[in-house]
Design a protein around this ligand. Structure first.
Ligand SMILES: Nc1ncnc2c1ncn2[C@@H]1O[C@H](COP(=O)(O)OP(=O)(O)OP(=O)(O)O)[C@@H](O)[C@H]1O
Ligand SMILES: [Mg+2]
Length: 414
């Protein structure tokens, strides 16, 4: 494996900030060296609302992850980004490879992919340009055309664009902690890295990461990302609805949601009761568990409707054969698979982060799919440097990020 053997993931979520430090050994095995999970502050619906508070939680989380390693691990950070400012599009770009030039070279491919960068406004930044397939002289389905003979080379790419200030703020909170940002990664693509299997990606699948403040969607087709979207509703909305319905404070409601909550109230016996503990001078009292679950059911149905809308906006008429893969902390909700299946049909599963042997038990939960996925993303795209993406249209502060197009770019088109 190449020199870059340390990988650090920082997933700045609305509910929690997770830092994971890891190392890839000589046999290619990944070992988690330290983990820091800290309750978030200063985040709202996946975006930084209070820079100082987020900086502080990132610091605590990084320090916790570093506790057993000591200082000075040589590492750049792979950090997740989400928020409704992120949009996507699919592009096509063609380049001519004259007869006297010979076989298709990686330089030509670089030029082709650089050409795929869309023009964005000065307030936006290109986060990802992910080549999804090539055509050579009209022949499609080519994953890597380097070395092939051909005159007309065409690339299809999935492009993700975001608000420059939001993206820069994520870089800021990491760099304020004396770490460097190797790459910013769209949250849903990071989650997909740790959860989707090859068959699902090929068949077509809808990945849904239900977090605290957002629900992040990524649709894969023919092995590659094809659509991504962010819905500004997550598990905390369910807690809020329940809190309003029961008139209970948020901290207590969150506990009750996790303990007794279900989005399938009809599966709960009509006579089952739960005891709401006393709070703020209110006496404890019993309540129908079905009644408690009604607002959760209603909000999850709303969320499903929004997911369907996004899938339609993607251009798909129906859900792809690989079905729906649910992850993120919200996917731990009782009854969720049942409700999705009942409402939408098809394959539905809850995914736990996978792909790392010996992953600490603490991280084997849907809530950690994105943070584990960031590490896997880093390993997969290790040769790509954080280089200027905007190719001259560099952003203020000259801190561009994301996909580089260096020597190992071919890894991106595997
Ligand atoms: N067992 C459970 N049952 C129901 N909900 C749960 C359970 N465990 C966690 N959650 C919910 O998951 C949400 C947090 O998910 P997660 O940790 O993935 O969020 P995050 O990554 O911090 O946020 P985001 O990705 O939206 O910025 C919370 O709303 C929490 O209530
Ligand atoms: Mg998250």
């Amino acid at each position: 494996m190449a020199k870059d053997t340390f990988y650090t993931a920082v997933d700045i979520g609305t509910d929690k900030v997770t830092s994971i430090m890891s190392r890839v050994g000589s046999e290619g095995e990944l070992k988690v060296l330290g983990t820091g999970v800290v309750a978030s502050q200063g985040m709202h619906k996946g975006q930084i609302e209070n820079l100082e508070e987020v900086q502080e939680t990132v610091r605590t989380s990084l320090e916790e992850a570093q506790r057993y390693i000591g200082k000075g691990v040589p590492t750049g950070v792979y950090a997740s980004v989400t928020g409704t400012h992120l949009t996507c599009l699919n592009t096509r770009e063609i380049v001519d490879n004259p007869d006297d030039v010979g076989d298709i070279s990686s330089r030509l491919l670089d030029r082709l992919i650089r050409g795929s960068f869309p023009d964005v406004s000065p307030t936006q930044e290109v986060l990802h340009v992910i080549p999804s397939g090539y055509h050579v002289d009209g022949l499609g389905g080519i994953r890597n055309p380097v070395g092939l003979h051909g005159n007309l080379v065409e690339v299809e790419a999935h492009v993700v664009i975001g608000d420059a200030v939001s993206l820069r703020n994520t870089v800021k909170v990491i760099e304020a902690n004396k770490a460097s940002v190797k790459s910013l990664v769209l949250h849903s693509l990071a989650s997909a890295e740790a959860t989707l299997n090859g068959d699902e990606r090929e068949l077509g699948v809808v990945l849904v990461d239900i977090g605290g403040g957002t629900t992040d969607i990524a649709i894969y087709r023919q092995g590659q990302p094809w659509y991504s979207a962010v819905i500004p509703v997550g598990g905390s909305q369910l807690t809020k609805d329940l809190s309003v319905a029961l008139k209970t404070p948020m901290y207590l409601t969150e506990e009750m949601k996790i303990k007794w909550g279900s989005v399938m109230p009809e599966s709960i016996a009509a006579e089952e009761e739960v005891v709401i503990p006393s709070f703020q001078g209110q006496p404890k009292h019993s309540l129908s568990r079905r009644f408690l679950c009604e607002p959760l059911h209603a909000r999850m149905l709303e969320l499903i409707k929004m997911i369907v809308l996004k899938v339609r906006q993607s251009g798909l008429r129906e859900f792809p054969p690989g079905g729906i893969v649910l992850t993120g902390g919200g996917a731990d909700m009782t009854g969720i698979v049942h409700l999705f299946q009942k409402t939408l049909g098809g394959q539905v599963r809850v995914a736990y982060p996978d792909g790392i042997a010996g992953l600490p038990a603490q991280l084997k939960k849907p809530a950690f799919s994105a943070s584990v996925g960031l590490l896997l993303w880093g390993i997969k795209h290790q040769g790509e440097t954080r280089s200027s993406l905007n190719l001259g249209r560099s952003m203020p502060g000259n801190k561009p990020w994301g996909w580089g197009f260096g020597k190992k770019r071919a890894a991106a088109v595997k």
